[in-house]
Design a protein around this ligand. Structure first.
Ligand code: FAD
Length: 451
């Protein structure tokens, strides 16, 4: 076999398993090393969030690999946010104006397992679990493992989908003259997962087709539905301070906090203090990486290249889109690939977009934990939806561009900045008694260069 035909992947998480499938379908001999045991055989969580939101960009990449039809039965449609404010009726805020403007809740473990199953069906994929890569030597092409009983392995080309603490990223950083290759920005807030079990007939206890949010200004609770009738709740909260994880030190304090802050869902939470104590408090950070590739040898994708905070529900979606953009450039294994160009193009194409979604995800934390409860936000959302229904070709709200579209994240971010200014102006005019007509709206769009 020629050198051009083998690909080694570190990490069989969501992105690594989709990539393994994609590369194998193109005929490459794919070897994957994953540090954890096989999640299909052992009772381990797939890591991090139990469920997550799958949106258009991720679905496009699944479709590219011919697995979207298999994934569809695992999905629960979420048509908007159900906002829970203390003392008020819960309020549904639709994500968009079209039937297709929905996102989907999916179990991380089930999606990961499906991708591994599909990859493993191909004869040219070898999955090695319980193989934690310790070091990658980019000069000699040798990988070493944490366990001394595992012999070193050679690689021709290596792709790191080994998550936010990537070892391949370290190896690439060593090769760069700029030692500032990686910037890690801690959010200062962590997260903890809890559970609302189904009712006695197996049904969901909260409205099923929505992403529930309890916005509390400096922190929030969210809930995503699972197929078994349960909901996974995630509390996002500061790590330190008066209202923080560090302050919730006793069962009484935990119960008081939930009773006070989330009175409607508090009685529905199963095993609150047990789960609170036994489930880890997850860390949240943004990782931006300068150099994603090394010559024709190595490339980073997914969280290894760009870990982002989860508030736009786009980390996995962005990682899947990385795979889409890479695989579209990769020829089948019978043809010679110019890997240096492919890796370099992938980095140039994806990096500005990863940075843009990283910024938007940070902004969205404020939107979710605070803005959604404000009148001005609700008014401006309504204006945006009105503009979209009048001018569907010219105006798509930023949330829809990110979640339901596939335009580069950086373009969505840029347009979104213009939208923000314009929507604030229209809102202000409306507050002063001006009626927004289609003609007036077209003037606003035109003044802001959107028509
Ligand atoms: P990972 O999922 O981190 O997988 C990396 C894999 O590499 C793991 O299996 C790990 O065991 C393995 N590995 C690590 N180091 C080594 C090593 N040295 N050797 C061998 N193997 C190794 N994204 C969305 O799109 N929508 C959401 O709704 C969403 N919600 C989220 C909620 C939370 C609370 C969090 C924390 C994240 C959320 N995300 C969401 C982001 C999403 O989880 C990540 O972007 C996604 O998991 C990235 O996939 P990955 O395969 O790149 O990395």
């Amino acid at each position: 076999m020629s050198n051009n035909q083998s690909i080694t992947i570190i990490g069989a998480g969501l992105v690594g398993s989709l990539l393994a499938l994609g590369m194998a379908k193109k005929g490459y001999q794919v070897t994957v090393y994953e540090s954890r045991s096989d999640l299909r055989k052992s009772d381990i969580s797939a890591g991090r969030s139990i469920n997550l939101a799958l949106a258009n960009r991720g679905m496009k990449a699944l479709e590219q690999q011919g697995v979207l039809d298999l994934v569809m039965p695992l999905l629960i449609e979420m048509k908007g946010r159900m906002v829970h404010i203390i003392g008020e009726q819960e309020q549904f805020q639709p994500y968009g104006i079209k039937d297709a403007d929905v996102i989907y809740s999916v179990s991380r473990g089930q999606l990961n397992a499906l991708l591994l199953d599909e990859a493993e069906k191909l004869p040219n994929v070898a999955l090695h679990f319980e193989h934690r890569v310790k070091q990658v030597d980019l000069d000699t092409g040798i990988i070493t493992f944490n366990s001394s009983s595992q012999p070193n392995q050679r690689f021709e080309r290596i792709i790191g989908t080994d998550g936010a603490n990537s070892v391949l990223r370290e190896a690439i950083a060593e090769k760069t003259t700029n030692r500032e290759n990686v910037n890690v920005e801690q959010l200062g807030h962590g997260y903890k997962e809890l559970c609302v079990m189904p009712n006695s007939s197996g049904q969901h206890k909260l409205a099923v087709n929505a992403l529930h949010i309890w916005p509390r200004e400096d922190f929030m609770l969210i809930a995503l539905p699972n197929l078994d009738g349960s909901f996974t709740l995630t509390l996002f909260l500061s790590k330190i301070g008066e209202q923080s994880f560090e302050a919730l030190t006793t069962p009484a304090k935990i119960h008081d906090f939930f009773k006070q802050q989330f009175p409607d869902v508090y009685p529905l939470i199963n095993n609150l203090e047990g789960d609170f104590e036994s489930n880890p408090t997850g860390n949240l950070a943004t990782v931006r990486c300068q150099q994603w590739h090394y010559q024709d040898k190595a490339l980073l994708l997914g969280d290894a290249a760009h870990a982002i905070v989860p508030f736009h529900g786009q980390g996995m979606n962005c990682g899947f889109e990385d795979c889409f953009d890479l695989l579209i450039q990769v020829p089948s294994s019978e043809n010679n690939a110019d890997w240096q160009t492919i890796f370099s193009n992938t980095e140039s194409l994806r990096k500005p977009n990863a940075n843009a979604i990283a910024d938007m995800a940070l902004e969205n934390y404020i939107e979710m934990r605070s803005s959604v409860a404000k009148e001005s936000f609700i008014r401006q959302k309504a204006i945006a939806h009105q503009l979209q229904s009048w001018f569907p070709e010219q105006f798509t709200p930023r949330y829809a561009m990110v979640m339901f579209g596939a335009m580069p994240y950086s373009t969505a971010q840029e347009l979104g900045e213009t939208h923000k200014i314009m929507l604030a102006k229209i809102d202000e005019a409306q507050q002063q008694g001006v009626t927004l007509t289609k003609d007036l709206a077209s003037q606003y769009l035109s003044t802001h260069g959107l028509l």
